[in-house]
Design a protein around this ligand. Sequence first.
Ligand SMILES: [Zn+2]
Length: 307
Amino acid sequence: MDRPTAAQRTPEPPARLRVLASGSGGNCTLVHVASRGQPRRVLIDAGLSPRRTRRLLAESGVELADIDAIVLTHLDSDHLNAGWRNALPASIPVYVHRRHAAHARNLGFEHEAMVEITDAFELFPGVRVDPLLVPHDELGVAAYRFSFDRDGLPPADLGFATDVGRVSRGFIRRFQGVEVLAIESNYCPRLQRASDRPEFLKRRIMGGSGHLSNQESAKAVAAIAPREHVVLLHLSRQCNSPELAAREHSGGPCPVTIASQFEPTRWVSIGVARADANGGSVHEASLSASGVGTDRPGFVSPRMVQR
Ligand SMILES: [Zn+2]
């Protein structure tokens, strides 16, 4: 029997992510990384209660003690749950942007292993993290570009951006070329305007330092053109729906997974590209028929909305 050639084998991706929950009720994403062959696990945001986090981690086969780092985007209570104030294990380093460090202390998070960051840093061997401060309320939000080393190929990258007030040219440039882009798609402007929310709140959300609409998010995705997969984060329950977000993103460059407040997403591989015979690269995402999702975990077409 012919053995598959190197070009035919699909190598293990260097990383994969699973959004445990996303929305104004709490945000938490689990990232599995192979750091020079050694498994590492990272949480992006800790916006769920310790109890719910433990339960969802357990469903993913992970214990809290297995978490090697927590990376925070900002400190709103839906991204850092107050329940963690005295419950963060001292052994887990918590990375927080310098802009948010004083706020963390004011909130009572005197975590011994708090690491203040401003610039790119190496999280683990072969795993780099590059923060970008973007507008959101007073203190802004840290968006992140993660780079995961791969054998014989350029690094595979994940862009992660939630609670983004507006998209700048610098934002687009920072995330171009990523394999997977996780980005918020918060609201439908029509539903937002028609909602019974107070005017000041609508202005806060839509005024350039709140959240991205489905249209703004889809435009950013088109400009960034991720290579493999898009994950939509932080959908408003009142002013959006997975169907509306999926419709707006349906012309996008790759398959879409929509994160939910209530159920974890499937695993989404990061860096599943393999070299083809011509030295170019083939991406798994492009192997699924256009507009039709496969049953491979992590691949959901816009028409196969995952709640
Ligand atoms: Zn939020």
